[in-house]
Ligand binder design. Structure first.
Ligand code: AHR
Length: 332
């Protein structure tokens, strides 16, 4: 009896469940079969556009090599654009990548501001942006992630080392990186955060050296003309400018690293050589070898996996004491 009376009830329930299932399916934009079976992309499926800053420094050359080598090793199709230190060129390159419908766009913004429109265009086209090395001053929703150094901490570290070299007293001149770029802004700021604890240390001049050797040399020669032997130390936002400045100091007749203490940032091979030669007192590391991690993130982002908003590099400080020993293992 129970079974006979129960049977129609069960059928009604099953019918109701089927109805609920069909309604739920009709409300989904993607058919359930497609959503579950969409295959994940692999490195070999990826097409990535990369808008590089330029070739202003040895650091940058190392960064470009790391990106190209990683693409080659992983089998990623890389479309590489050299911005020649122009924001306009980088924006054009990003627009071309959007038209080419690449899977991901990597960019190292030459300066912080002015990216909102083009990043929005990429977003409208469904193409994620990954910031590599330099930050852009945009809303977080406009990029997937940022892979790059803590430039403020690099500035703080340079200041800590410099304060010790000067025994808390002296006049510093500063060669800054490209005006408006994230590393120049942050390294300037981080350095001063620490220096305010040293009232007898004075930053007597701060000049844009554009991250290049040529500008570093020129700017240092001008500073020497203006301040001469009042200068006790040089803080350069990168090694290339410090190496240019070393030449200017020698031409002026002073001994770099002795008469003028020098601290710079990047830890390129030439900086190790300068430390071995006694012309540079310390270099704060900034890691350009970002290629493998960049493509790992690109693949994750394309496959809808969660990634952190910022992935900072871990970096050290190097001194003349063990420069000779370390130099052979440096990759850039
Ligand atoms: O953005 C990183 C900086 O850019 C490096 O310190 C500098 O050498 C490069 O040009």
């Amino acid at each position: 009896m129970r079974t006979q009376q129960g049977t129609p009830k069960i059928w009604k329930m099953l019918l109701l469940l089927l109805l609920i299932f069909l309604v739920a399916c009709s409300q989904q934009s993607t058919p359930p079969s497609m959503a579950t079976t969409r295959p994940k992309k692999t490195y070999r499926d990826l097409v990535v556009g990369f808008a590089q800053v330029g070739a202003e420094s040895e650091w940058r050359t190392g960064n470009t090599a790391s990106i190209k080598e990683a693409a080659e090793e992983l089998g990623v199709e890389l479309i590489f654009a050299d911005g020649q230190q122009s924001q306009e060129n980088q924006i054009k390159a990003i627009r071309t990548f959007i038209a080419q419908q690449v899977d991901v766009i990597g960019v190292s913004p030459v300066v912080e501001n002015g990216w909102d429109s083009v990043f929005q265009e990429a977003r409208d086209a469904g193409i994620p942006i990954i910031l590599v090395d330099r930050r852009a001053n945009v809303d977080e929703s406009l990029y997937a992630t940022h892979l790059g150094s803590d430039f403020v901490e690099e500035g703080r570290n340079a200041a800590r080392v410099m304060a010790k070299l000067l025994n808390g007293k002296g006049n510093i001149v500063e060669l800054t990186g490209t005006t408006g770029s994230a590393p120049a802004i942050d390294r300037y700021k981080g350095f001063r955060e620490i220096m305010q604890e040293y009232p007898e240390i004075h930053i007597i001049a701060s000049v844009d050296g554009d991250f290049t050797r040529a500008r570093g040399k020129e700017a240092m020669a001008d500073l020497l003309k203006q301040y001469g032997s009042q200068i006790n130390a040089l803080y350069a936002h990168n090694d290339d400018m410090a190496i240019g400045a070393i030449k200017a100091i020698e031409e002026y007749g002073l001994q770099p690293g002795v008469d003028i203490k020098i601290v710079s940032i990047d830890a390129i091979r030439d900086a190790f050589q300068a430390m071995i030669d006694g012309k540079l007192n310390a270099t704060v590391e900034c890691n350009p070898l970002l290629g493998p991690k960049f493509f790992e993130l690109a693949l994750k982002v394309v496959n809808g996996e969660a990634v952190p908003k910022w992935i900072p590099s871990s970096e050290s400080i190097f001194y003349p004491e063990n420069a000779r020993e370390i130099l052979p293992s440096r990759k850039y």
